[in-house]
Write a new protein. Structure first.
Length: 211
């Protein structure tokens, strides 16, 4: 799935709203443009933050009611007369910023720019173990949080309490494996959580069957 994160420009009152705000791969997203300025002659959508020809997706010329497509057009984008952009069958490649440039009458060089960014949504993690049936006070158990990704911070939860993390393991990609020495009965459930700069998601809890 993909999660949409907004980056609103400070200089423009134009806002862009994504519908839905969370979009899964293969689904469609509509970028609604609000507070359109008056006296526009065209809108141009770009992939990324640069308004150069290479990133030109599509444009709408208001008087002529004409749609023009550019080099960054994938065949899945539709610009409407109200400037909104529909992106169909969203892929991971669609992640990143989008810029809308609004061409005003008598002022061809300046446009109004808005951005939004698609971020991949975190996958739900799960826990694997070297031993789900350890002997009480005899076996060390390691729990591993899957998936392994350098960009995530891993946090372990035991019985609803997050475990403190040593500074060494606080960096993203570390703390993925939890070692339990001499496990006893009645501990757990265990959960692992992954975090990135957009959000966080927890695994289902697991309970060890201590013999
Ligand atoms: C613009 O047009 C699209 C497609 O017809 C529509 O879904 C959307 O609600 C319209 N409004 C805005 C504010 O973009
Ligand atoms: C979106 O995907 C469906 C199913 O794969 C396909 O039939 C449809 O043509 C695609 N639409 C666009 C605009 O690519
Ligand atoms: C994503 O982009 C890469 C590199 O440009 C390309 O090889 C790949 O086919 C693209 N995937 C999709 C699903 O569009």
């Amino acid at each position: 799935s993909l999660l949409i994160f907004w980056n609103t420009p400070t200089t423009a009152q134009v806002t862009i709203e994504a519908q839905p705000t969370k979009v899964s791969e293969g689904k469609d997203v509509l970028l609604l443009v609000h507070n359109l300025p008056q006296n526009l002659i065209a809108y141009i959508w770009y992939k990324g933050q640069k308004t150069d020809f290479r990133h030109y997706i599509t444009s709408y010329v208001i008087d002529a009611e004409t749609i023009i497509v550019g080099p960054a057009y994938s065949g899945r984008e539709t610009v409407y007369s109200n400037a909104s952009l529909l992106i169909q069958n969203v892929t991971k490649n669609d992640t990143g910023s989008y810029t809308i440039q609004m061409i005003k009458q008598g002022d061809k060089t300046k446009g109004v720019i808005g951005h939004f960014t698609l971020y991949p949504e975190l996958p739900k993690p799960y826990i694997t173990s070297n031993n789900f049936n350890p002997m009480e006070n005899k076996n060390d158990v390691s729990l591993t949080c899957v998936p392994k990704t350098q960009g995530y911070t891993y946090v372990w939860w035991v019985n609803g309490q997050s475990l403190p993390v040593s500074p060494r393991l606080k960096q993203p990609g570390k703390n993925r494996i939890l070692i339990l020495a001499n496990v006893t009965r009645n501990t757990g459930p265990y959960e692992c959580e992954i975090r990135d700069r957009v959000g966080s998601i927890c695994s289902d809890p697991i309970i060890l069957d201590v013999l």
